[in-house]
Design a protein around this ligand. Structure first.
Ligand code: NAD
Ligand code: UGA
Length: 463
């Protein structure tokens, strides 16, 4: 099948960058990204490329190159569905906040809405691609909705999970470790798989395109995120033991990472993982396991989340304890609010929970993040509903200048590993702070001995 038009429902952190790269690599295909959120679409179409809604290194250039040529952002969902041969569903699948499975299961209401809309609009055969991360066997539900509410046309459902990480999304999309496509074993299913393989083959070599059945593909995505998050919780668990025993977690990570069976990546101890997906996907995995009565499997994976929550709380408790058991009215400067460097995404960032704990102790939080606005910081805290909106506003100040943020602070806490923090004039920061001046390095990016030579009391994670 010759593919000339693709549509993607959901112009978020996955839909936007993924489609921008497909448009760049497939100039023969017209790619339209649609979203219900008018503000988001307007931002994607903003003449000033710096105003696109997602910050990712290299993304602006690719969007600017494709926009108006074969890359379009629109709110006209129906038109885009009608015209496309392949429809990617890339909408959000958050943890349910109500009803059965509350706090664990994935909320599939946005997915179902997409399926119903595709069914009502489609007048010819379509390939529907699950790009969102979904519970295993979701394709079954999508197929049932499409077949029972559609106009008698044929739908093939593929699972094509996305493995990009934020902050490196463009590089991950240009050079993926693998592309995973799950489809039905029937002849039509295999044809649909080949149509999507054809799209990726424009820039990904055949050995990196893996095809499987739908259920393996859906479950592989949850499994990959669970394994990645598990490594972080594993090293974070060791970080606490290091602090008690005189071992240094960075040395331990290096030593074990040199074992080729373990490998060096994803062994960085930290204040805890954040981001929109690790926690949500593991909770979802736990829920699925429980729903099959696999309680030991569920408990095993749940421990990854329990450890991560512990790590965040341990970090804030340590700040309070070290500052003589009180942070009341003390200024604590947060360097970083995003959940990792090189992104403006703050979803589930450890910074939110650490700030919340410290505000409970009546601390005053000063925030500097190169890509996150004060509005966003406050919105993140308001979402927790721990206290009133005005109480949050009274407890948090954010700064455009890191030196101003640190001035008069009792402690600096590094919450995001932005490269620029390493380059700062730390003597200048020290001079402007209250004494003794503390640094709590939640990312282990600063040089402890150098800071100690300046006069700081320095604490990294796990040493
Ligand atoms: P996001 O919240 O940034 O974007 C989702 C978009 O979908 C929103 O803009 C929302 O308005 C839109 N939307 C929801 N329902 C819609 C509908 N019916 N019609 C049109 N638009 C609709 O989410 P995201 O971070 O891009 O994640 C999307 C999916 O991809 C999730 O399942 C997530 O688990 C998965 N994923 C995310 C990442 C990541 O790095 N963020 C990586 C891999 C996979
Ligand atoms: C993660 C996965 O890496 C992607 O493959 C996946 O596609 C994506 O989730 C998803 O499904 O959403 P992402 O959350 O964007 O990507 O970023 P990561 O680089 O995985 O970092 C997640 C969190 O773990 C961050 O807070 C990061 O600081 C933390 N982390 C990461 C550590 O604390 N230590 C490490 O060694 C690595």
């Amino acid at each position: 099948m010759k593919i000339t038009k693709i549509c993607c429902i959901g112009a978020g952190y996955v839909g936007g960058p993924t489609m921008a790269v497909i448009a760049q690599k497939c100039p023969q295909i017209e790619v339209t990204v649609v979203d219900l959120n008018e503000e988001r679409i307007a931002a994607w179409n903003d003449e000033n490329i710096d105003n696109i809604p997602i910050y990712e290194p290299g993304l602006g250039k690719i969007v600017a190159e494709g926009r108006g040529r074969n890359l379009f952002f629109s709110t006209d969902v129906e038109k885009a569905i009608d015209e496309a041969q392949i429809i990617f569903i890339s909408v959000n699948t958050p943890t349910k906040t109500y009803g059965k499975g509350k706090g664990m299961a994935a909320d599939l209401k946005y997915i179902e809405l997409c399926a119903r809309q595709i069914a009502s609009v489609a007048k010819d055969n379509k390939i529907v691609v699950e790009k969102s991360t979904l519970p295993v066997r979701t394709a079954e539900a999508i197929k049932s909705i499409l077949d029972h509410t559609g106009n008698g046309v044929q739908f093939q459902i593929l699972s094509n999970p996305e493995f990009l990480a934020e902050g490196t999304a463009v590089q991950d999309l240009l050079n993926p470790d693998r592309i995973l496509i799950g489809g039905d074993p029937s002849e039509e299913g295999q044809k649909a798989i080949q149509a999507l393989v054809g799209v990726y083959s424009n820039w990904v070599t055949a050995d990196k395109i893996l095809t499987t059945n739908v259920w393996s593909s859906e479950l592989s995505k949850l499994t990959a995120n669970a394994f990645l998050a598990q490594r972080i919780s594993s090293i974070n668990a060791m970080s606490e033991l290091c602090e008690k025993t005189g071992a240094d977690v960075n040395e331990v990570a290096k030593a074990i990472g040199m074992d080729s069976r373990i490998g060096p990546k994803f062994l960085k101890a930290s204040v805890g993982f954040g981001g929109s997906c690790f926690q949500k996907d593991i909770l979802n995995l736990v829920y699925i396991a429980k729903s099959y009565g696999l309680n030991e499997v569920a408990d095993y994976w749940e421990q990854v989340i329990i450890m991560n929550d512990h790590q965040k709380r341990r970090f804030s408790n340590n700040i309070v304890q070290t500052l003589y058991n009180t942070v009341s009215d003390k200024k604590i400067c947060f360097l970083g609010w995003a959940f990792k460097k090189d992104t403006n995404d703050t979803r589930e960032s450890a910074a939110i929970y650490v700030a919340d704990d410290l505000i409970n102790e009546h601390a005053k939080i000063a925030v500097y993040d190169p890509k996150v606005s004060r509005k966003k910081v406050l919105a993140d805290l308001d979402c927790l509903e721990t206290r009133t909106v005005s109480a949050n506003a009274a407890s948090v100040v954010s700064f455009d200048d890191p030196y101003e943020a640190c001035a008069n602070a009792h402690a600096v806490a590094v919450l995001t590993e932005w490269d620029e923090f390493i380059q700062y004039d730390w003597q200048k920061i020290y001079d402007a702070m209250q004494k003794p001046a503390f640094v709590f390095d939640g990312r282990n990016i600063l040089d402890g001995p150098t800071l100690e030579a300046i006069g700081f009391v320095y604490q990294g994670i796990g040493s």
